[in-house]
Design a protein around this ligand. Sequence first.
Ligand code: BGC
Length: 910
Amino acid sequence: MRFIKISIQLFFIFSYLSSNIVSAKTKVSKLVCEYKINPIGIDIERPRFSWQILSEESNIKQIAYEIRVADSRNNFNNRNNIIWSSGRVISDQSVNIDYQGLLLKSIQRAYWQVRIWDNNHNVTLWSEPAFWETGILDNKLWTASWICMKNEKKTTISQPCKYFRKEFMTSKKVSSARVYVTSLGLYQLFLNGNKIGNDLFTPGWTSYKKRLQYQTYDVSTMLKHKNTISAIVGDGWFLGNISGQGRSYYGDQLALLALLKINYTDGTSESIVTDNNWKVSYGPILESDIYNGEKYDARLEMNGWSANSFDDSKWQNVDILEHTKNILIASQGEPVQIISEIIPKKVITTPKGETVLDMGQNMVGWIRLKIKGEKGDELNIQFAEVLDKDGNFYTDNLRKAKATDIYILKGTEEEIFEPHFTFHGFRYLKIIGLRYKPQIGQVAGMVIHTKMAPTGTFSCSDSLINKLQHNIQWGQKGNFLDVPTDCPQRDERLGWTGDAQVFSMTAAFNFNVAAFYTKWLKDLSADQGSDGKVTNVVPDLSNGEGGATAWADAAIIIPWTLYRTYGDKRILKEQYSSMKAWIEFMNLRAGDDYLWIGDPHFGDWLAFNSNSPDYSGAFTEKDLIANAYNYYSTNLFGKIASIIGQTNDALKYQQIATKIKKAFIAEFTTPNGRLISHTQTAYALALSFGLLPDEMIPKSSKFFADDVNKFKHLTTGFVGTPLLCSSLSSIGRDDLAFMLLTRKEYPSWLYPVTQGATTIWERWDGQKPDRTFQTTDMNSFNHYAYGAIGEWLYSYVAGISIDPENPGYKHILFNPHPGGGLKNAKAEFKSMYGLVKSAWRFNGDNFVYEIEIPSNTTATVTLPQAKSDYQIINLLTLKPEMRKLMEQNTYGIRLKLGSGKYQFSYPAKY
Ligand code: BGC
């Protein structure tokens, strides 16, 4: 018999040999508080601390930590300055540790640092100090008043934006200054002519009648002796067109609320607040609407309006608006900002003779335009996602959204235009009214989205799959604009819960979404009906309409995603009553027989063949989906209850789940394992959610596989697609999953890629092979839902997955699934503990697998196709205590490993 050898090389083999580690080799860094670096203006009473342990050593674990919090950066050694010290806590927890000291007051900064002891009994140095600062915790401190323009009337058309200003003097030397600001509508705030901060679309979109965020900015260095504070306020989500509701869904008066708190070096302080000393005026922004765009007349510009000594004598005095301040909350999410700029790829002349610029990427934001022209020239800048079959500019799929920015020139040298409170989803644009052909250098695409830290990358040897991953990430960028939206271009752009739910795990691989979803979940619960019904869109825009299966389950699944990805237990606690209310709602609808029958749902939305007028994937019965989800969510809720120590609920809901499962089996399956809706979606649901009795699984799996084989393509919609490949993998049919993934013809993930897509399409056949379009009433080219395949790429193809018993990547499961003819695949994920890497490649007959496990985590690694016979040789390079942990399973060899970088190489054939 041929003697085959697996070599396992430890990159840090030397470190294994040395038993004593000097503390300098291990250090604590990347301190975050509530997922943010040095946040200011937060209103969380007990913020949570996380850090990473960087070490050159392998197998590093934290065995104890000590945190200390002081009132100044340089006084950690003075007892009088210490606000809280955790003492030495024996624990391996390094993520999301609660601050347990005295509660901070409003506008108070606290510094913190941490040191740890590792499993080699070394203590690190104290980390560099980090800080957090509270916002306004006591509403009485809001001494500012809501200010607005007098006599504003409710209108059906967009009104000019309001410009507010006030001049003031500082009386002494400033030591620090913060401004706390929000608006009814969207605001941009300026101090002495400069915009404060880079944030856009502030104060963000929340359920405005119940929750309104304010932002906090450090303006200490912006103040002078003589100052002007000013703001522009536009309609935005608050007052502009939204959904099918028209204008003024939340109110019909724009208003501003600002409090500038200045501390002087002599210990005194002063506040400048919005009050009736402010002035207000219209300005050059004549119209501003998220769907329709902005109309800006540069002839009306008021030079110097936001700086000192501007003559505002013709401006009106403001009115004070009576509006509650009890709904004010600190910013919870991350801000929207300009994240990148892209330059157009080419200028096209269409068959209709129009000049169109192609950005080369379906993007979300706007263009910055540099132009010259005559005073009064009117430019219409129009945006489109796609060209039609003849190559002409196509906007029918935007429905009623005009998506047009209008700029009227003032006729000076070079003019530069960027809109303020609107965004467009586009790849192409045309400029009507320009006296000359636009040049590439005149246009820059400003890509905006919520500033989430990128965390994940996936790549492999197939360039089309890499393009798919690119499209998934761009789909996320374009649709993570303060809330998770279905699409960014047509007259919709809403927080559809179903889309958010199915995409959430993929989203959490690509970017850090902890703060983003935490904020949105609070709106989900705020808008939830008293009967527990979760609204279809969050923030709600249809007066409580909701309760749709797989959509409303966002209430359970997204907190679970955050728990899985970040080990965040607090979100489970905070969302607990919202989750429970949704579960109760479903259980009540199901009644005594545990069957939820006959309610309206969206079903397997937009499944293959679900053409107009029924988009709901009619081949999979809605009732089957509803009961599958009722089981899944109820069971998950039982688990969540047990995680957070609600033992009675844990038992109760696990028992209910068992009954739902029994009822499901009786109602929706035959004894032979066939589902009454004989569809891929039905099998994917039943298998992924664990709805089938063990003995039925092989039979149902066969029906499932046969169906995939019969069609040779997917037939699934929003509900089935996200589960399709993972459920095929779970029944040992990676071959079929890869067949679906690598298929290039319609319907498939790669079909749009072959058609030049740069984002994920809403429909499998948004643009058909003959280049004609699907129906105009629902055909977005930037809809992330089908991008949910990303989760399978990361966790199965590349092999990084989460251990549900040890969430947040505390224990990582590495389990790559090579296949589909891929020569290599690689994923990297920046976890809360540090970088997780999984990369495999074929090198001749050898399978080479490299992984990276961050300090203070452990991993179970499956080496696919490796055989236990080889162990004898492997073990020579592994520490003795690891030998016991090796085991063989049908898939390969399983190892348990500590932190470090490892490479494995052994013969394997695929
Ligand atoms: C949205 C979807 C959403 C659906 C509800 C559509 O208009 O674009 O993505 O989930 O309605 O079925």
